[in-house]
Design a protein around this ligand. Structure first.
Ligand code: HEM
Length: 148
């Protein structure tokens, strides 16, 4: 398809996931979440190995990523799958630990109506990263909501 034939997307596709979500909340989410990650027994060693020094650039990338997902700003142009594949095998419990911290942070930052939508978005991405990193694309993904 030639460039000038690419259909213009309907405006509704660019709507935030929920009207209450703000860039400031996303900034708080990312800062609080990665502060907790750095104190989590399971996750801290993995992150320490790959983000050994200044967390500033990582936090900036993550804020852009979450603004793209939640506010549909389309500013993130990275590729999370190869980044996580390079981390080596991440198992189901690594993802459960990640999602548990993420959920708790979401509950503190977002309005009630937005929380489930943000968590669902994270679970969807966790599933694709889990499928990509566990090496078996035919495996049945875990049901994350059963994690507690
Ligand atoms: C087991 C769970 C996870 C672990 C241990 C993990 C670990 C990491 C680490 C260490 C990095 C930095 C890599 C580097 O800069 O060298 C990273 C980047 C990233 N992670 Fe995760 N992650 C996990 C799950 C997730 C989930 C569930 C999401 C999304 C919902 C996510 C989204 C991202 C994104 C967007 C990046 C930035 C990729 C880029 O550089 O463009 N991660 N992750």
């Amino acid at each position: 398809m030639a460039d000038n034939e690419i259909p213009i997307r309907a405006g509704s596709e660019r709507q935030p996931l929920h009207a209450s979500i703000t860039a400031e909340q996303i900034s708080d989410l990312v800062e609080m979440f990665y502060e907790r990650v750095q104190h989590d027994a399971r996750l801290a060693p993995i992150f320490k190995k790959h983000v050994p020094g200044d967390w500033g650039p990582h936090l900036d990338v993550m804020k852009g990523f979450w603004r793209s997902v939640l506010l549909k700003t389309a500013e993130y142009d990275g590729r999370p799958v190869p980044v996580h594949v390079k981390l080596g095998r991440l198992d189901e419990d690594d993802f459960r630990a990640w999602l548990k911290l993420f959920d708790a942070t979401v509950d503190e930052v977002f309005e009630p109506g937005a929380r489930a939508l943000v968590v669902e978005a994270a679970e969807r991405i966790a599933t694709s990263l889990w499928l990509a990193t566990n090496g078996d694309l035919l495996a049945r993904p875990p049901a994350w909501s059963e994690r507690d």
